[in-house]
Design a protein around this ligand. Structure first.
Ligand code: HEC
Ligand code: HEC
Ligand code: HEC
Ligand code: HEC
Ligand code: HEC
Ligand code: HEC
Ligand code: HEC
Ligand code: HEC
Length: 435
């Protein structure tokens, strides 16, 4: 008897527990997955509700160092400076977040970024100076003369509004002026909620914009020994190492960030990507930058954390040879095009004649690629996507120029020798090239 009642009690108890578990499983998941106490403390009401509404956002935030260090949703989402306010579930949040929100806690990084070509020059490269205030133009011009105060890009105008908004500015908006008076976006490299240095150190993050025939940096990197080795070893690297403590043993192979920005082995972290550069490689005719000497020293100092001086010097000597030869080829090509313009065999309008596109492809694709390949270790880009494109297009360009001359049966050849062309025509062509 006693045994039976004990058995029944146990059976009933088990059944109740199972039933309770089953009922609990049927409840909506948000009632089960209540935010942890620490998360509620960190982010309060926002996270509690957004766990149901947009769980991915909260999850990404939880993965971030911000969550670990007690930064809350509202710390970022409240208005900064002159931002427009939005009433949201009993809170006041900013209608649009910009670099100004990050600047509140990271003024140092913001200031470095502001000095860089990722800020105003990037936007002005497409749109010219019109969207900036006089102070913003003046500020940027002291670091990059002529990079903001220049005409809007002629190729972009020729292509039209759709190309500008869905194409050019989708990359160049890293330096877009914001309504609140700040410039640019930090989340292009850090993302909005995970905001990690790990993400920023991955080559693919830079490769969102640094790709394709005119700036093939990601392709060059993947071809280089650095890229190959990084992909082989990334799993064993400590990509989350604190920037001020980053060692070569954390990342024995460099990514874009290591060479251009990181503070590896006690170097200074920089958000000014110009600091370690010596030449204007992207330019039609490459010259030393105003800060080129110190830029080259700074980059070589970075290489020297992993390499010996002879290796670095050899690398630079070879790259500079490529640079000089490319300059020579492009000079030859640009002289041919300039002469055609002087002789009025081309219209003054840019990008309305085939030879202008051919010349643009020659320097903007082939020329740049050879130089970028040489300085970042991509042999295929030096050769097949670089030199080969340059020399083969040069032959085509010469033929086209001859055809233009013979087709026009040049009345100007009869002109007296002192009938000089207008000088403006001589200096114009370069500003039409879209550089
Ligand atoms: C009671 C629920 C609730 C709370 C509390 C709440 N939100 Fe929201 N939030 C929502 C919902 C619902 C949406 C709209 C989602 C949609 O449209 O798909 C939203 C949208 C947003 C958006 C997008 C706005 C837009 O215009 O695109 C942001 C940003 C946001 N919330 C941030 C916050 C922050 C920061 C807090 C805390 C200060 C917060 N939310 C508190 C429910 C909430
Ligand atoms: C490090 C700063 C930062 C923190 C912390 C942060 N956010 Fe955001 N959040 C952003 C930025 C930047 C955007 C993009 C907003 C924009 O473009 O105006 C954004 C966008 C959003 C959106 C719109 C997302 C979409 O894709 O439609 C929601 C919702 C949101 N945040 C909720 C939250 C919640 C909830 C938290 C806390 C759990 C939080 N955020 C914490 C910076 C932050
Ligand atoms: C309320 C202050 C605050 C705001 C606003 C803020 N941060 Fe932070 N951020 C911090 C703190 C605190 C840390 C942790 C610093 C540390 O660990 O030394 C941090 C760390 C970081 C890190 C390093 C993360 C890592 O993985 O090591 C990045 C990147 C970062 N923030 C980017 C941003 C960006 C981008 C924004 C704007 C969208 C932003 N922060 C807004 C306070 C803030
Ligand atoms: C896929 C992203 C992307 C798109 C789309 C893009 N660019 Fe760029 N652009 C870049 C990057 C990255 C650089 C830097 C190249 C370098 O320094 O080697 C650059 C460099 C430039 C430069 C040279 C730098 C300077 O300040 O003079 C100009 C001019 C330029 N782009 C204009 C344009 C125009 C105009 C368009 C559209 C017709 C456009 N870009 C489309 C990413 C892009
Ligand atoms: C071009 C990509 C890029 C942009 C844009 C960018 N960052 Fe960074 N940021 C990085 C990289 C890469 C690192 C990591 C450097 C390293 O390897 O140590 C970093 C590191 C940081 C850190 C950690 C620094 C430290 O010393 O602990 C903070 C904070 C930060 N960024 C904030 C910002 C803010 C704020 C902005 C906008 C003004 C911004 N970043 C824009 C690429 C970027
Ligand atoms: C959102 C697009 C975008 C991302 C992401 C991006 N860049 Fe850029 N970057 C640009 C554009 C656009 C330019 C050209 C700016 C100009 O000179 O007009 C540029 C220029 C540069 C330059 C040349 C600066 C100079 O002085 O000429 C370097 C170096 C550079 N980026 C490195 C990086 C690195 C490293 C990363 C990743 C950590 C990165 N970029 C991520 C768009 C981007
Ligand atoms: C091993 C170091 C190293 C790595 C890794 C590296 N770069 Fe570079 N990068 C250089 C050097 C060196 C130069 C030429 C510097 C000079 O002007 O003397 C350069 C030039 C550039 C330029 C050209 C600026 C101009 O004048 O046109 C850009 C943009 C750039 N790198 C972006 C990147 C991106 C994006 C990645 C990753 C996909 C990357 N780099 C990887 C070392 C590196
Ligand atoms: C964080 C460390 C690190 C930095 C910084 C670094 N490298 Fe390297 N580099 C490596 C490693 C690792 C290898 C592969 C070495 C091996 O094969 O054992 C390598 C290989 C090379 C090679 C040989 C390529 C081949 O095809 O065999 C050259 C050349 C080179 N690096 C040049 C440079 C230059 C120039 C810089 C600076 C602009 C630089 N590296 C920056 C780590 C680095």
């Amino acid at each position: 008897m006693a045994y039976r009642s004990v058995f029944l009690a146990v059976l009933l108890g088990t059944a109740m527990i199972v039933a309770a578990l089953l009922i609990n499983r049927a409840r909506p998941s948000f009632e089960v997955n209540q935010p942890t106490i620490s998360l509620v403390r960190a982010s309060g009401k926002c996270a509690e509700c957004h766990r149901r509404e947009t769980a991915a956002v909260v999850h990404e935030f939880e993965l971030s160092r911000h969550a670990l260090k007690g930064v809350t949703c509202l710390d970022c989402h409240q208005t900064a400076g002159g931002q427009e306010e939005l009433d949201h579930r009993g809170f006041k949040i900013s209608k649009q977040l910009t670099g100004a929100n990050c600047k509140q806690c990271h003024p140092h990084e913001y200031e470095q970024f502001l000095r860089s070509r990722h800020a105003a020059p990037a936007w002005a490269a497409v749109r010219g100076p019109e969207d900036f205030s006089a102070e913003q133009i003046q500020f940027s011009e002291q670091f990059h003369p002529g990079a903001v105060n220049r005409k809007a890009n002629m190729l972009a105008i020729c292509e039209g509004a759709g190309a500008i908004s869905r194409g050019c500015t989708a990359c160049h908006d890293v330096g877009k002026p914001n309504q609140d008076g700040s410039i640019g976006s930090c989340t292009k490299c850090h993302a909005r909620h995970v905001a990690s240095v790990e993400l920023a150190r991955l080559p693919e993050t830079c490769g969102q914009c640094h790709l394709g025939p005119d700036h093939s940096q990601i392709e060059i990197y993947h071809e280089s020994k650095h890229g190959v080795l990084f992909n082989a070893q990334r799993k064993i690297m400590n990509l989350e190492a604190r920037p001020k403590e980053l060692k070569v043993t954390d990342m024995p192979v460099p990514t874009c960030a290591t060479c251009h920005m990181s503070g590896i082995e006690g170097l200074k972290v920089t958000h000014d990507t110009t600091e370690r550069l010596s030449y204007f490689l992207f330019a039609e005719h490459t010259e030393l930058r105003p800060t080129g000497q110190q830029g080259q020293l700074a980059m070589k100092e970075t290489c020297a954390k992993c390499h010996t001086t002879p290796t670095i010097e050899r690398f630079y000597t070879e790259a500079i040879t490529v640079l000089n030869e490319t300059n020579d080829h492009i000079k030859e090509a640009s002289t041919i095009v300039e002469k055609l313009r002087v002789d009025k065999l081309l219209t003054p309008v840019p990008f309305d004649e085939p030879i202008e596109f051919l010349y643009y492809d020659l320097w903007h694709y082939g020329g740049r690629t050879a130089k970028h390949g040489a300085f970042m270790g991509g042999a295929d880009f030096v050769q097949w996507h670089g030199y080969y494109e340059v020399v083969s297009k040069l032959v085509e360009l010469k033929r086209m120029a001859e055809e233009l001359r013979s087709a026009h049966q040049t009345p100007r050849q009869d002109r007296p020798a002192d009938d000089k062309p207008e000088t403006s025509a001589v200096t114009q062509p370069n500003s039409f090239t879209g550089n």
